[in-house]
Design a protein around this ligand. Structure first.
Ligand SMILES: [Fe+2]
Length: 244
């Protein structure tokens, strides 16, 4: 499986605090059947330039690669970022370098409490500049929890959406779980990510969520969410998504 959203490198953000924690996360990922991890650490204009972010990722990569080489399992980590939305996101220098594995797909984080009024404009301008935004864990956004249909205009503008495994398994409470179920059943979810931050509660767990997602979505839609679409994302392939 491909874990589309994971804070895997030590000391980059609020993810693992040591190389030992990253090692424990890799062990969990292998047991969970994860073979590709996207390193999607927090990026915000206030804290980083693209250059300083990529330097931090590079530093993480050089520390973690020996651990991966030591594992008997075939697992790899690809570059990515979780970019906090802002009205001027499109003007960030070299923004495209934050896309997943140099593809056209960029993971975007909304604030927890609301959907900013400029969100549709941002999605639109990213699209016309050749970047397809993937909305990270919309099921955790309070506004979407309250009214799941508020995600529809963003999907209709061409955004994709990634659900967290912990939202499906109930880690973030029953309201978030219910929202995840609704969005999945209404074809508004395109990929799954652990959004893991440590080897503990928010570890890189996927198996149980994938099983539940398959129950909710049916095997055909689940196959698209778990395999077809994530593979297209990391290979910069075209993804056909129907309007809501
Ligand atoms: Fe995250």
């Amino acid at each position: 499986m491909i874990d589309l959203h994971c804070h895997i490198y030590p000391g980059v953000d609020d993810g693992p605090i040591s190389l030992e924690e990253t090692r424990a996360m890799l062990d969990i990922a292998v047991t969970e059947g994860i073979r590709t991890i996207i390193a999607s650490h927090h990026f915000s204009e206030e804290d980083h330039t693209v250059e300083t972010y990529l330097d931090a990722i590079q530093e993480g990569k050089s520390q973690v690669q020996p651990l991966i080489d030591d594992l008997s399992a075939d697992i790899k980590i690809l570059d990515g970022a979780e970019v906090f939305i802002s009205p001027n996101i499109i003007h960030i220098k070299d923004l495209k370098k934050l896309c997943i594995n140099n593809s056209r797909y960029l993971l975007i984080e909304l604030p927890m409490m609301d959907i900013p009024i400029y969100t549709e404009d941002v999605v639109y301008s990213l699209k016309i500049n050749g970047i397809t935004p993937i909305i990270a864990h919309p099921e955790r956004n309070r506004r979407i929890v309250h009214e799941p249909s508020t995600l529809e205009p963003l999907i209709n503008l061409g955004a994709l959406a990634q659900v967290n495994t912990g939202s499906i398994t109930g880690l973030f409470g029953k309201h978030v779980r219910k929202t995840a179920k609704k969005l999945i059943k209404q074809n508004m979810i395109h990929a799954l990510g652990s959004d893991a931050h440590s080897p503990r509660r928010r570890g890189p767990y996927m198996k149980e969520a994938a099983r539940q997602l398959t129950k909710w979505a049916g095997s055909h839609a689940a196959r698209r969410i778990l395999h077809t679409i994530p593979e297209a994302i990391i290979n910069d392939g075209y993804i056909e998504v129907s309007d809501k």
